[in-house]
Design a protein around this ligand. Structure first.
Ligand SMILES: NC(=O)c1ccc[n+]([C@@H]2O[C@H](COP(=O)([O-])OP(=O)(O)OC[C@H]3O[C@@H](n4cnc5c(N)ncnc54)[C@H](O)[C@@H]3O)[C@@H](O)[C@H]2O)c1
Ligand SMILES: [Zn+2]
Ligand SMILES: [Zn+2]
Length: 396
């Protein structure tokens, strides 16, 4: 089959790889019809380089048609149309039954001290071959895949794999009071969708912050009050501008949908560049410790949120020893919630919103549809935020 593989920093290529086969009775093989490109893939493209191996197949946002199932997958059969969650979970352990499939005790990557395995996401998450490919082996298929009806195009359902449950959880964790206010930092696909979810969940005012004109425009068109980072001299000015819109207090909740891509200082970038050149044994720990000043967006969130408010961190941060303003967090009595999205915890809540009405605007959410062979160019475009790229779907 053809598959998009990681070959090195900012070097992804489509290669011919062996077709996946059923290896365990709980496996299924899916023929992929649509597969997303995610901000999380950009971390692999550059920052998480030390945890990648050349030839790793990328991607974790697929949907498609079941080709074959193992003997222990009673509810799926060849021909079913399914969306596959980005995390691999059993559905049956203590964590899964608690609603935390991200922490699945069956698939946890304990050798690396990490939670549930993920498709296409470094050896930290199990080095599982990813979904930007023609075919995908889905482990734990007795639980993961979500059956969706025939009829609407893939665009209607594909975001159940990641974007929708991630945005949904971000808003749930933000605990925005009905009619209250929430500021979303970062208007990439995750932040953009979080704004939409906050609106359908009854937030009164949704503020959106970014620095890419098309992304700000997209959010504004859907009723978000937008702030262009480039028009402020510093964080303080931005914080003041949003506070002025909330009786001087700050929003009830802030969602950080930026993560490691934050435009932090040059030092962190340099450390990443250096660490990519080091032998793997040294560079892993170095990347873990030195993501330090890529916390720009999180610091903004802490400043911005009102006293007693909630911060929901959905952006992925890689640093292990980042200094945190603990005094401010404590003094302001802030609630901080974060984590990977627990996909199946929310999917049944989301599906009713994917009806004819398309309340979340998923049908035209993708800005670009490309073939798998065009994938490498799509990575470059998405990373450089060129050509109005917000969400890219590949059709293998
Ligand atoms: N928790 C999860 O399960 C989960 C799932 C998917 C993605 N993510 C993470 O969510 C984050 C966003 O994903 P995405 O696909 O939207 O990525 P993205 O990179 O397209 O979006 C990030 C946006 O933040 C903006 N930005 C950068 N610095 C900023 C700042 N200081 N203030 C405000 N905006 C700033 C960028 O211009 C960009 O539009 C990533 O870190 C990704 O890894 C988490
Ligand atoms: Zn994703
Ligand atoms: Zn489990």
């Amino acid at each position: 089959m053809r598959a998009l593989t990681w070959q090195g920093k900012r070097d992804v290529r489509v290669e011919t790889m062996p077709d996946p086969r059923i290896e365990e009775p709980t496996d299924a093989i899916i023929r992929i019809t649509s597969t997303g490109l995610c901000g999380s893939d950009l971390h692999l493209y550059e920052v998480l380089t030390p945890f990648m191996t050349p030839g790793d197949i990328l991607g974790h946002e697929p949907m498609g048609i079941v080709e074959e199932v193992g003997a222990a997958v009673p509810d799926l059969q060849a021909g079913d149309r399914v969306v596959v969650p980005f995390q691999i979970a059993c559905g049956n352990c203590w964590m899964c039954l608690t609603g935390l499939p991200t922490q699945c005790e069956t698939t946890q990557v304990s050798a690396e001290g990490m939670g549930a395995a993920l498709f296409g996401y470094t050896r930290l998450y199990g080095a599982v071959p990813g979904a930007q490919a023609e075919y995908l082996r889905v482990p734990q298929a007795q639980y993961g895949p979500i059956k969706v009806p025939e009829g609407p195009s893939d665009d209607r359902f594909v975001y159940l794999s990641d974007v929708l449950p991630t945005a949904w959880q971000a808003v749930e964790y933000a605990g925005v009071p009905r009619g209250g206010s929430v500021a979303v930092l970062g208007l990439g696909p995750i932040g953009d969708m979080a704004c939409r979810v906050a609106q359908v969940q009854g937030a009164g005012t949704v503020f959106g912050v970014d620095l890419v004109p098309e992304r700000l425009e997209r959010a504004k068109e859907r009723g978000v009050e937008t702030f262009d980072l480039r028009s402020f001299d510093d964080e303080k000015e931005l914080v003041t501008a949003i506070r002025d819109r909330t009786d001087g207090r700050g929003p009830d909740a802030v969602i950080d949908a930026v993560g490691t891509e934050a435009h932090g200082g040059a030092a962190a970038r340099m450390v990443q560049n250096v660490s990519a050149l080091l032998p793997r044994k040294l560079s892993g720990p170095m990347a873990e410790r030195f993501s330090v000043d890529r916390l720009a967006a999180l610091h903004t969130a802490i400043e911005l949120v009102r006293r007693g408010g909630t911060i929901s961190v959905v952006g992925v941060y890689g640093g292990m020893a980042d200094p945190m303003p603990m005094l401010t967090l404590f003094d302001k009595q802030i609630q901080l919630r974060m984590g990977q999205a627990n996909v199946r915890r929310w999917s049944d809540d989301i599906i009713p919103h994917l009806t004819d009405e398309d309340r979340l605007g998923v049908d035209d959410f993708a800005t670009h549809h490309v073939t798998l062979e065009e994938g490498p160019e799509a990575y470059a475009m998405f990373q450089e935020k060129r050509d109005g790229a917000v969400k890219v779907l590949m059709r293998p």
